[in-house]
Design a protein. Structure first.
Length: 477
């Protein structure tokens, strides 16, 4: 039952299995208050006697309170009542067969909360920053997602879409007070997944640290680099025998800070530059002094590379629709066409750049990395063939070309006549897009975007309704 933002909850607990356990007489309702979109805190004041009897009954385990598909828990307050908060299982409840996930590109990381982080920094106010450093299964947010807890009690950002923010709010407050970083695991085995808050069955590892001018003297420089779209990465020791919480800021031009020793800094910075080139966020393991075969030190690397590039060749209506979708996916979008009358800012207001030039000539002058997407929508051989001939010899992550089946067959002949190998031609997604039955430019743009996402993450492109495996590719069931 709910009325606006108020809900009735019945307390439950999880000790190996989910057992109903009422708080107070008659299952006294608790009140849920939606404080912020990114964090929901449940506050309930329960009599001291109930508090003590409950703790004895469950052996000091956190309660789990159910509200639809959410779970919440509690901690005792200073006045002897309860403050109930969203909760998940203790850190030791990790699943069987847990393995390191693959490194992930396109992490947002600190970028989402950077404005609030810098505002607190300018006020001289410390914050606790919780960062997802590793995920398994169907975790709701990727590695790099961050949440802040400020000294004034404000919560900014999200790490799980609502599953664990309440628990992190309290943990962040503790880290602010003590200054000691914390490393927590949230999630359980599939059998118990629904009972503890991460109803998707995902697992999150989260590092929480205090951020202030003393501990993060490099923060202003990091912010400046991100604002200027200068590639920068932050390597942080999140677990190990020493130097936990130390940072190394890595740019192509050099490094700032230190992880503890010169050898460790040199080893990590060399590896981080490789991750930074592809804009990849992930984990690295070393020995205490940077030995590559060691595993004692766990280093989380958050890469902040400029937005990936989407190059659209052909100034047509389909290109205008794809511009809008490309911006939604986070791309820096450039439209290129040799016809000055069509390649105008008025026709493509959503594009970051509109260039009048032959696509193949312009592309040959650009830096194309492994995150770049190239969409050839001209379906005119005098534009298509030279552009595709140039595109397949770059590092581009995705190359697509628009056209009918007949256009595609004719294009293949022309590309082979131009000297392209079968391997090079195989890189081209043609006809472009997934088969969604699209008709309009907007629908076609969605079809193209869907194929780009599929190519990025390795999905099947099939309806999830017809599948039975994990939703996220590469995750165990």
């Amino acid at each position: 039952m709910h009325d606006g933002n108020r809900y009735n909850l019945v307390a439950r607990r999880n000790v190996g299995r989910d057992i109903g356990h009422d708080l107070g007489s008659g299952g006294m309702p608790l009140v849920l208050e939606a404080v912020d979109r990114s964090i929901v805190i449940v506050v309930a004041h329960i009599a001291r006697e109930t508090h003590h009897s409950t703790r004895r009954a469950i052996g000091h385990q956190p309660l789990h309170l159910r509200n639809g598909d959410r779970r919440v828990g509690h901690r005792g307050t200073a006045n002897g009542g309860h403050q109930a908060i969203m909760w998940v299982s203790p850190p030791h409840c990790t699943p069987r067969g847990m393995r390191n996930p693959p490194l992930r590109p396109y992490s947002v990381g600190m970028r989402e909360v950077l404005p609030a982080l810098m505002a607190a920094h300018e006020r001289g106010e410390a914050v606790a920053m919780a960062t997802v450093v590793r995920t398994w299964r169907s975790a709701p947010r990727p590695a790099g997602a961050s949440m802040l807890v400020t000294e004034s009690g404000e919560a900014v950002g999200s790490v799980s879409g609502g599953c664990v923010e309440g628990a992190l709010y309290e943990l962040g407050s503790e880290v602010l007070a003590s200054g000691e970083p914390a490393f927590e695991t949230y999630g359980v085995s599939d059998d118990d997944a629904f009972a503890v808050g991460l109803t998707c069955g995902g697992i999150l590892e989260i590092f929480v640290e205090r951020v202030d001018a003393e501990r993060w003297p490099e923060l202003e420089g990091i912010s400046t680099s991100i604002a200027a779209e200068e590639p920068v990465a932050v390597a942080t020791i999140v677990r190990g025998p020493a130097h936990v919480g130390r940072h190394l800021v890595v740019r192509e031009s050099g490094v700032e800070g230190s992880l503890g020793t010169d050898r460790l800094d040199a080893t990590v910075s060399a590896d981080v530059l490789g991750l930074l080139e592809s804009g990849t966020t992930g984990f690295l393991h070393y020995g205490p002094d940077g030995e590559r075969l060691g595993t004692e030190l766990e280093v989380f690397v958050a890469s902040f590379a400029p937005a990936p590039r989407m190059y659209i060749f052909g100034a047509i209506d389909f290109s205008a629709a794809l511009c809008r979708v490309g911006k939604t996916l986070g791309f820096h979008v450039t439209v290129v066409d040799a016809r000055e009358i069509f390649a105008t800012r008025k026709r493509f207001p959503d594009a970051d750049e509109v260039v009048v030039d032959w696509p193949h000539r312009w592309l040959g002058s650009q830096q194309v990395d492994a995150r770049t997407v190239i969409c050839v929508l001209t379906h005119d051989p005098k534009f298509d063939v030279p552009a595709l001939e140039t595109a397949v010899r770059t590092k581009a992550a995705y190359i697509g070309a628009m056209g009918s089946r007949r256009t595609h067959e004719d294009r293949l002949v022309r590309l082979k006549e131009a000297g392209l190998t079968d391997e090079e031609i195989a890189r081209i997604h043609s006809p472009i897009g997934l088969d969604l039955g699209a008709r309009t430019p907007e629908e076609t743009a969605i079809s193209i975007a869907a194929e780009i996402v599929q190519a990025r993450w390795g999905g099947t492109g099939q309806a999830l309704t017809n599948g039975s495996g994990p939703i996220h590719t590469g995750a165990p069931r």
